[in-house]
Write a protein that binds this ligand. Structure first.
Ligand code: ATP
Ligand code: MG
Length: 384
């Protein structure tokens, strides 16, 4: 069944559901029909593009008139949600680019404000489309996370998927970046087509700077940059009137944001800039707890002290990243495991093992690096 047939099928199902006063079902079917119509619209040229847009607009108006309002629940961070279920009829190529994760916000230490920000940007438009439209809260359709390596950019997005129960469509830059312009464009189109099929969804372009790192003699990069910008702005037809389209949010991450084309960092494109900083003391303590959650610990273990000792070096200003902290735990766990393998009984991770591990692992974030991010963000914000 092609996209057109599917759109017709869902539209008919919606009408049938309306007749039977099954309003919630009708809404769902209309939304499905809109999904396929949007894909058709994006693929078409004038005048078909405008025609599909007209049908989409009519269906949206119909949805608005349906006399039912269901409020979805928003479980708190520590409530496990069932993992996102991949629909059986999803094309195989899309199944392959869905990020699989079981994590949620309870696995993330610190970053409280950021989580709340993401909740507003991701969850509101997805869970409360009517309210966000009514009150004109568009949120940003595109987010750029930046910050030093190992501080949780990738991990945060994995956790957000589990937290909000939305699928993440992710394609690594080296898969997007092909030798020929046409092939790269196809990859980007595939990314957004799959996102449309699964919407509400997130498109995650991790390490986006790698897309721009190679010399662009073939024009591939400038082509896909403008393609991504168009997709971000929701440019189909009537971009200015059709902002609330399919709920697809694009999140990009980078530890070299300054190499990005500044035209990408604009309101309506990657318009929300989010800095993911090195961990605070509280966050470091939580990372220690998370990483030692299931490990037998000796009674002398004092994670508060370890969190203190992993603070910024007073002289040099170098800092530990979240990843460094998890490596400290890993080194201590390795020592405990080796002792057990060597025949020691009742092995537990002790404070001295943790201190030894700490001394063996260096801080990886320099003050110069941190300044680079904050300086870049200041510049980028003035140009938004
Ligand atoms: N806030 C956090 N809470 C708990 N663990 C974290 C946190 N941030 C990072 N980690 C741990 O550190 C690992 C590395 O983090 P992640 O890959 O997300 O860093 P990143 O910012 O994407 O780095 P890069 O810029 O190199 O891509 C994660 O897999 C996770 O185990
Ligand atoms: Mg990363």
């Amino acid at each position: 069944m092609n996209e057109f047939d599917k759109a017709v099928m869902f539209k008919n199902k919606a009408k049938e559901a309306m007749k039977n006063k099954k309003y919630a079902e009708a809404k769902k079917y209309y939304a499905e029909a809109i999904k396929y119509l949007t894909i058709l619209r994006n693929r078409s040229k004038s005048p078909m593009k405008e025609k599909f847009q007209m049908i989409i607009d009519t269906l949206k108006k119909t949805i608005k008139k349906i006399p039912i309002k269901e409020k979805p629940e928003t479980p708190p961070d520590d409530v496990e949600r069932p993992p996102f279920k991949i629909p059986k009829d999803l094309p195989e190529n899309c199944k392959k680019i869905i990020l699989k994760t079981r994590n949620n916000f309870k696995d993330i230490a610190g970053l409280k404000e950021l989580k709340e920000d993401l909740r507003k940007t991701i969850e509101y438009p997805i869970k409360f489309p009517e309210e966000t439209e009514k009150w004109g809260f568009l949120g940003e359709r595109g987010i750029l996370m930046h910050g030093p390596p190992g501080c949780g950019k990738t991990f945060l997005i994995k956790c957000a998927s589990g937290q909000f129960g939305v699928p993440i469509i992710a394609m690594p830059p080296d898969r997007i970046l092909q030798k020929y312009v046409g092939e790269s464009s196809k990859s980007v189109a595939e990314l957004y087509d799959c996102a449309a099929l699964l919407s509400p969804s997130l498109v995650f372009i991790d390490e986006i700077d790698r897309l721009f790192a190679s010399p662009d003699s073939s024009g591939v990069i400038s082509q896909i940059t403008s393609q991504i910008m168009q997709l971000l702005s929701g440019v189909g037809v009537g971009a200015s009137t059709d902002k609330i389209d399919l709920p697809i949010i694009t999140i990009a991450a980078s530890n070299h944001p300054w190499v990005l084309d500044s035209a990408l960092i604009r309101r309506g494109r990657l318009g929300k800039i989010v800095y993911v900083p090195p961990p605070t003391k509280e966050a470091r303590k939580t990372i220690l707890e998370i990483n030692l959650r299931k490990i037998p610990l000796s009674s002398d273990v004092n994670l508060n002290l370890i969190a203190d000792k992993t603070s910024k070096d007073a002289k040099s200003g170098w800092e530990y990243s979240c990843k460094d902290i998890s490596y400290i735990c890993q080194a201590a766990r390795l020592e405990a495991m080796e002792r057990e393998i060597d025949g020691e009984e009742n092995v537990r991770v002790t404070q001295s093992m943790l201190l030894k591990a700490l001394n063996s692992i260096s801080r990886t974030i320099s003050p110069k690096q941190v300044k680079q991010y904050t300086d870049w963000e200041k510049r980028a914000r003035t140009n938004l």
